[in-house]
Write a protein that binds this ligand. Structure first.
Ligand code: ZN
Length: 417
């Protein structure tokens, strides 16, 4: 494939080295050299390069391929066929349990494949999905389907599957161990998960879950304290346990909304422990805004997001992701992580979103055991998003029109002037 140059790309500050020159208050524009579909080098823009292989971006914002760190492909797109759903979390669960009778392999495959197509078009290169797992002995239909989809989408989207198991199923240590063994044996990309909530708090069951994951060398990704109960103890207990046990895998905790409801000093102490554990946090602005402080007929007073700024201040890796899309838990969503970031910018009052917060959509290394590697290093595939109608100032407004490059080539016809 022909070599080419993306001239005058506006890259985010977090992606650039400290020595990168500035242009006024902003990082100087970049030239991205692509050779055989891979990043050859990135350097400050040179004056007026010429030739057929030069694409002039005129300062358009550019990001690496996106990570959607927390989705639910097994539930997605079920809402339209459900009819009326009783408002609130319990009504959503009720509707979902009734709908599960229709979850044949073909049904799950069709819905999840549609989600993956949307994600692909948005520029997602890596996606993690949770998968409801209600009976310890029986593997859910969706688990196998998601594994097949991971194969089908190999090379386009790297897909990981996480078990979403009620904590109560781990009350028995032998059951927890059998589950972990089963997950570990189920192929690449399998991650141990669970639902940790003060409603059914059981520290012993949590310890069984964490120990079983460690024994079978599984990474962890848990739904934790998805509530505004100040007494929720899940995150603190997980941080304590992982540190004490010397857990070697990568631990991720999603939601952790309860931090926003705790007394300030207690919440910050929990975050200190999270930083040391270490744990990656994932915040889900769309569903948290929709489901937290949700009372029928009453306007919400609280926002329901975890303490993103305080987490950042402690160096805790923090990702923003989609969560539920068009299911009874959340009627909206589009598998475009920029949509979640846009909600987060307003809900959490994020400053300079392009330069300082888009890493929350791009740092795939924060899901792995060896964090610390920035994207777009020389030799990496030239997987890029060019935001043809946006600017870094008002970002992510007008970020919908975009050209997605995979290995240097547009996946759809877009503007690459
Ligand atoms: Zn979730």
């Amino acid at each position: 494939m022909q070599d080419h140059l993306l001239h005058q790309a506006r890259l985010p500050q977090w992606l650039l080295p400290a020595t990168w020159p500035r242009q006024g208050a902003h990082p100087a524009l970049a030239d991205i050299h692509i050779t055989q579909g891979r990043i050859a080098r990135i350097e400050p823009s040179q004056p007026t390069p010429t030739g057929d292989a030069v694409r002039h971006l005129h300062g358009a914002p550019v990001l690496p391929g996106l990570v959607d760190a927390h989705t639910h492909l097994d539930k997605t797109f079920t809402l339209p066929r459900m009819g009326a759903v009783r408002p609130g979390l319990l009504g959503a669960i009720e509707a979902m349990m009734a709908d599960r009778a229709q979850w044949t392999p073909a049904d799950v495959h069709a819905r999840a494949a549609k989600a993956l197509q949307w994600a692909y078009e948005a520029g997602v290169t890596r996606l993690r999905t949770h998968c409801d797992w209600w009976e310890p002995e029986a593997e859910p239909v969706a688990w196998q389907v998601l594994r097949e989809l991971a194969e089908e989408w190999r090379g386009r989207i790297a897909i990981e599957r996480v078990t979403l198991v009620p904590l109560s199923l781990h009350a028995d240590a032998a059951t927890a161990d059998a589950l972990a063994r089963r997950v570990a044996a189920s192929g690449a990309g399998a991650v141990m998960g669970g639902f940790v909530h003060s409603h059914h708090w059981d520290p012993q069951a949590l310890a069984h879950l964490l120990d079983a994951a460690a024994r079978h060398d599984l990474d962890l990704d848990l739904h934790v304290d998805e509530e505004l109960h100040p007494g929720a103890q899940g995150l603190a207990a997980i941080a304590r346990h992982l540190k004490a046990s010397g857990y070697a895998g990568r631990a991720v905790c999603g939601h952790t909304c309860a931090l926003a409801a705790k007394p300030e000093a207690e919440a910050l102490a929990v975050l200190d422990a999270v930083a040391q554990a270490p744990i990656t946090l994932v915040t889900l602005p769309l569903t948290n805004l929709l489901l937290q402080d949700a009372v029928t007929g009453r306007s919400p007073r609280q926002r329901g997001l975890t303490l993103v700024k305080e987490a950042r201040a402690r160096g805790i890796p923090l990702l923003v992701a989609s969560d539920n899309v068009q299911d009874p838990f959340c009627p909206v969503g589009s598998y475009d992580p920029l949509e979640s970031l846009a909600a987060g910018v307003l809900a959490a009052q994020l400053d300079q979103p392009f330069d300082r917060w888009t890493d929350a959509l791009c740092r795939a290394d924060w899901l792995t055991r060896t964090p610390g590697r920035l994207p777009l290093q020389p030799g990496d595939a030239a997987d890029l998003l060019i935001f043809t109608a946006a600017d870094a100032w008002g970002f992510p407004s007008r970020s919908q029109p975009r050209t997605v490059l995979r290995a240097g080539r547009p996946i759809t016809e877009g503007v690459l002037s």
